[in-house]
Design a protein around this ligand. Structure first.
Ligand code: ADP
Length: 298
């Protein structure tokens, strides 16, 4: 059973010809409203694959919070750990220009109020889980409290996004730490190295039991004490990479919980991420296990 501890955001998306400057107003397209946030995305991705999944998160007592709860329940996620109130639901204000580039302002709202105390109050959910998956759109001290509450034998997965330097206590618990190139560079600081193998080696030296570096259309690299292994990408016609990392991480966490090796779980996760990039959106792009089997390679 998988527990995702993380963020839930309402994504408010407007297409614009160009972005407004200071003091300026521009007219945009009709508003699109989507459930998002890395925690909510991971939980939906795992549940859609068939994983028994629970979400521990905080949303506001408002329409966006209800949208997020509805999308979790529709995917089959156990929402008994979703706390309500304390601040408005987190939102991401997203403008997309004609070249497809995004500008995003995030208001963390209720995500910033998911506290260490909330984690202690939900300790039964944490100890009941085989795998706990986290990201950094909630306070780092809250993630650290998750680490302290782990039962021996529970596997802890962290995608440090948005990235920041991590305390040794959190790094030591990661099995694996999952990063893309940008996240690897921020976590490592100055001397990151030049290749994914070097990043993985330097990250392992910081204490995690294993590391996964995701490389977009180049696939991924997994590394633990037995050395690095490349996981090739599945070749697909990509249309929108939003949500690829979240679905990859969710799939990997679930397969690890089912007893697969890191390399096996990453190969499955690469198939899930590949399907996600062939479809528009984040949660809307996540496949079922059947769709992962029927993948269209190019
Ligand atoms: P993030 O969104 O966190 O930067 P990536 O872009 O590396 O993460 O994507 C996560 C995983 O999804 C990759 O490791 C890869 O397996 C898969 N993936 C991403 N983009 C593509 C693509 N264009 N073609 C095939 N697989 C992809």
């Amino acid at each position: 059973d998988l527990l995702v501890v993380g963020s839930a955001n309402a994504d408010l998306v407007v297409g614009v010809e160009r972005r407004p400057g200071a003091g300026e107003t521009v007219l945009g397209s009709d508003l699109a409203l989507h459930p998002g946030g890395k925690g909510a995305n991971q939980a939906v991705a795992a549940a859609r694959l068939g994983a028994r999944t629970a979400l521990l998160a905080r949303v506001g007592d408002d329409a966006h919070g209800r949208l997020l709860l509805d999308s979790q329940r529709a995917a089959g996620v156990d929402t008994s750990g979703v706390l309500v109130g304390g601040a408005p639901t987190g939102v991401a204000l997203i403008t997309v220009d004609p070249s497809g580039d995004n500008s995003i302002v995030v208001s963390p709202g209720a995500n910033g109020r998911l506290t260490p105390e909330d984690i202690r109050a939900a300790s039964a959910l944490v100890t009941a889980s085989r795998v706990v998956s986290t990201q950094l759109e909630i306070p780092l001290e809250t993630v650290a409290e998750v680490v302290r509450g782990l039962r021996p034998g529970t596997r802890f997965v962290l995608n440090p996004s948005p990235p920041q330097p991590l305390p040794a206590e959190v790094l030591a618990a990661c099995d694996p730490l999952i990063v893309n190139e940008h996240e690897a560079r921020v976590v490592l600081g100055a001397d990151a190295g030049a290749t994914p193998e070097e990043w993985a080696g330097a990250l392992l030296a910081l204490g995690p039991r294993s590391v996964v570096v995701t490389l977009g259309e180049e696939g991924a690299l997994v590394a633990d004490a037995s050395g690095p292994v490349r996981v090739p990408a599945v070749r697909v016609a990509a249309v929108d990479t939003t949500g690829a990392g979240d679905s990859f991480t969710a799939a990997l966490a679930w397969r690890l919980g089912a007893g697969e090796s890191l390399a096996e779980a990453a190969a499955y996760a690469a198939r899930v991420g590949a399907v996600a990039v062939t479809r528009q959106g984040a949660q809307a792009s996540f496949p079922t296990a059947e769709e992962v089997e029927e993948i269209d390679e190019v």
